[in-house]
Design a protein around this ligand. Structure first.
Ligand SMILES: Cc1ncc(COP(=O)(O)O)c(C=O)c1O
Length: 436
């Protein structure tokens, strides 16, 4: 082959302009800036601020030598631990053989989408990965729009409306993120039940991404698998509540009725990643044996995140920014419509332009809403991840206070200072626009 050979059309034409995960790309840019000494309030990337739960790190050290390939679906003892965990928290019975463990729940979503035969339904606003994965898997994505007035949640009526669409295939897979990234909202048992009636009526399977379930601020997460067991694939993992995103351990739980899907995903796993990392699987198996330790850890982490979330919500709403009060996880999805007219006078029309201006003028980094979250570009929504603080001292302080006593008023200011300061800076920016 000649050295001058020009390669053309190497990428599938439908993937032209296919962008990297926008959150990861933006995070890299900001991290470079921080490494060069820049002072950035980095609200643009959502990962746990806390150290990995100690029992798991100790177990990882003990298991660093584990170098054998493991069963494709995951270590049996790990799947057994997962089953007990969900019996405790979600009150569901799970046969370990219905579980598949993978290198992150994201990879398992991807494999499921690869093999699923039907249409995919996603919800707007959406986590930034569902639609790109749907596209990569050559599915058409149908989108259900939600509104801030309804706390960014789907309703039976919205699902019924979509079902009127004649082009929908017989098999439908709806991806529900509960609790939700980017909006921080979650669904009650009553809401899930009402949705499950419509899902049953229209043969809709649900991929229920509950990765933030254990970070519910009042520990009241309800799993879709409890309400709609026969049609729910439960997707979760250790990345959020156990603060182990980089360990790459996630898993899916299939109902027995969907075992053909599970088997096909398992085959696809065997042909792609073979097994999730062995030392991590052993470490996490050990962690699941100490459910009391896990429970205490997650209660501390979620109450800290809850307090930070309430602070962000309170401060931003006090200057007219429209924000739904978060119930779980790390995120809010504020709408800066209150400054829309003022920004227009400055020639700023889109959420990306607004985030660029905020960053340039305040060093507050936010991820713009817009297409990445399946929102219109002119809607001034942004995703704000309230995690840029050192979770280690915050966790130690919360543990010292104990769970029987509430956290003191000044906790956010004292232990989550970059978030405290960054929100004040953002608030001042909004006030300045309003007064201009
Ligand atoms: C909603 C949601 N689902 C899944 C994931 C990915 O999780 P994992 O680390 O298990 O791949 C994330 C991570 O950001 C997420 O926000």
């Amino acid at each position: 082959m000649s050295q001058d050979m020009e390669y053309v059309d190497l990428v599938r034409t439908d993937l032209e302009g296919y962008a990297p995960a926008s959150n990861l790309a933006f995070n890299e840019r900001i991290r470079n800036l921080i490494e060069q000494g820049g002072n950035v309030y980095h609200f643009a990337f959502g990962q746990s601020p806390f150290p990995v739960i100690q029992i798991a790190t100790e177990a990882l050290r003990e298991n660093a030598h584990q170098n054998a390939y493991l069963p494709v679906a995951g270590l049996h003892e790990l799947r057994h631990g997962i089953s007990k965990f969900h019996a405790k928290y979600d009150n569901i019975e799970v046969d370990p053989s219905d579980i598949i463990v993978g290198p992150g729940s994201k990879e398992l979503i991807f494999l499921l989408l690869q093999i699923f035969n039907g249409d995919v339904i996603v919800i707007s606003p959406s986590w930034t990965t569902y639609k790109p994965q749907t596209k990569l898997s050559c599915h058409k994505a149908y989108v259900i729009e939600t509104s801030i007035e309804n706390d960014w949640k789907i309703t039976p009526g919205l699902v019924q409306q979509l079902m009127k669409c004649n082009s929908l295939k017989k098999n439908r897979l709806l991806i529900l993120n509960n609790p939700d990234n980017p909006t921080g909202t979650s669904y009650s048992q009553t809401e899930l039940k009402a949705l499950s009636d419509v899902f049953r009526e229209h043969n809709i399977l649900v991929l229920s991404d509950e990765i933030y379930g254990r970070l519910h601020y009042n520990q009241s997460h309800v799993s879709m698998a409890k309400v709609y067991p026969e049609g729910t694939i439960l997707c979760t993992g250790l990345s959020k509540w156990a603060s182990a995103g980089g360990w790459r351990i996630g898993y899916h739980i299939y109902p027995p009725q969907l075992s053909p899907l599970k088997k096909a995903v398992q085959s696809a796993a065997s042909h792609t990643y073979s097994c999730a990392p062995a030392p991590m699987q052993y470490a996490v198996s050990k962690m699941f044996k100490d459910l009391d330790g896990c429970d205490e850890y997650m209660k501390h982490c979620s109450r800290i995140m809850g307090m930070v979330g309430m602070y962000c919500h309170r401060e931003l709403t006090s200057v007219g920014v429209n924000v739904v009060k978060p119930t779980a996880g790390y995120y809010i999805f504020p709408d800066f419509g209150v400054v829309k007219n003022k920004l227009r006078q400055r020639g700023i029309e889109t959420c990306q332009q607004m985030c660029d201006a905020i960053f340039a003028e305040t060093s507050v980094a936010l991820m713009a809403g817009g297409p990445a979250f399946l929102r219109p570009i002119e809607e001034l929504t942004t995703r704000l991840c309230y995690v840029p603080f050192d979770g280690k001292p915050a966790l130690v302080a919360s543990q010292a206070i104990g769970l029987d006593v509430g956290l003191p008023e000044n906790f956010v200011k004292e232990y989550c200072t970059p978030v405290y300061d960054g929100i004040q800076v953002l608030k001042q920016w909004v006030t300045k626009q309003l007064e201009s």
